[in-house]
Write a protein that binds this ligand. Structure first.
Ligand code: NAP
Length: 263
């Protein structure tokens, strides 16, 4: 099933389960009026409404004090009607993002950024949900992860290890020659670098490799992935309409999970 169809199917499932509860609600805190953040927040609200989840948006002034954001989060941590809290990043430079992230209760941290969070970060979770839906056989596969960020590379590595993959993580200090040989031996490649067409046909791939392209690069108004399209492999996820959609549906799944767990 293509990602677009999987996401439609998943949203239907979530909608059915949400309807069993009186109310499923989550809070989005946005500080300032950053254009990209406006678009992301709008998307999250639209997705939530589509499946019957109630979004509560607190859009705060750019100059708000850190302590005022902390007290809004503290209130939401205690509010039983709110089962998840998101703080849209980036925050203005006078606010300590780490302090804010740590102030969200680990029971309500649906982005999965708190070290004790009960939730899996949305992008890795969405990728695994999709691979599972394809009945991907993880057992003993060589998984290569290009990029070691805290929101993608590291958590997906841990999830794939738990699925019995042999996991290699590469980064900007990885020697080019080594990267070529890792790619050549990889059964599953997750690319999260943030450079247009970082992975291209100068690399050699296994014919039956699966490639998941996490990258989103804006070029002349168009979205491009980290992987050049149409490589000769068994599966390659598209950009756009790929991992971005999986990330969004995984967030809905996390909100519902919070509700299911009675948070
Ligand atoms: P990030 O924090 O910017 O990290 C990029 C990673 O790529 C770093 O670990 C960096 O290595 C590594 N890297 C840079 N140059 C490299 C090279 N030449 N060889 C190997 N590794 C290299 O990235 P991120 O937040 O994970 O995001 C990555 C991309 O995914 C971005 O385009 C972002 O927009 C996109 N993204 C998409 C979604 C989605 O839902 N589709 C979600 C999250 C992110 P060092 O650690 O050594 O610097």
């Amino acid at each position: 099933m293509e990602i677009v169809d999987f996401v439609k199917f998943k949203k239907e499932e979530i909608k059915k389960e949400v309807s069993l509860f009186d109310e499923v609600s989550f809070l989005i805190i946005q500080v300032g009026d950053n254009e990209a953040s406006n678009a992301y927040v709008k998307g999250k609200i639209k997705d939530a409404l589509e499946v019957g989840i109630k979004p509560v948006l607190k859009k705060l002034d750019e100059n708000i004090k850190e302590e005022d954001i902390l007290s809004i989060i503290d209130e939401a941590n205690k509010d039983e009607s709110i089962c998840g809290i998101i703080v849209q990043l980036p925050l203005p430079s006078h606010i300590d993002e780490k302090k804010i992230a740590l102030s969200i209760s680990y029971k309500k941290d649906i982005d999965g950024f708190h070290p004790l969070s009960l939730f899996t970060p949305c992008t890795p979770k969405g990728i695994i949900m999709y691979l599972d839906s394809l009945n991907y056989d993880y057992e003993s596969k060589n998984a290569l992860i290009i990029g070691r960020s805290n929101i993608v590379g590291k958590p997906i590595a841990s999830l794939l290890l738990n699925k019995n993959c042999n996991v290699t993580i590469t980064h900007s200090h990885t020697r080019r020659d080594d990267l070529f040989s890792y790619v050549k031996n990889a059964d599953l490649i997750i690319v999260a670098v943030g450079k247009t067409y970082f992975l291209d046909d100068t690399f050699l791939f296994k014919d039956d490799a699966y490639i998941i392209d996490v990258g989103i690069n804006r070029e002349n108004g168009k979205l491009k992935g980290d992987v050049i399209p149409n490589l000769k492999v068994k599966y390659q996820s598209p950009v756009p309409k790929g991992v971005g959609l999986l990330t969004r549906v995984a967030l809905l799944e996390n909100i519902l999970e919070g509700k299911r767990n009675g948070i």
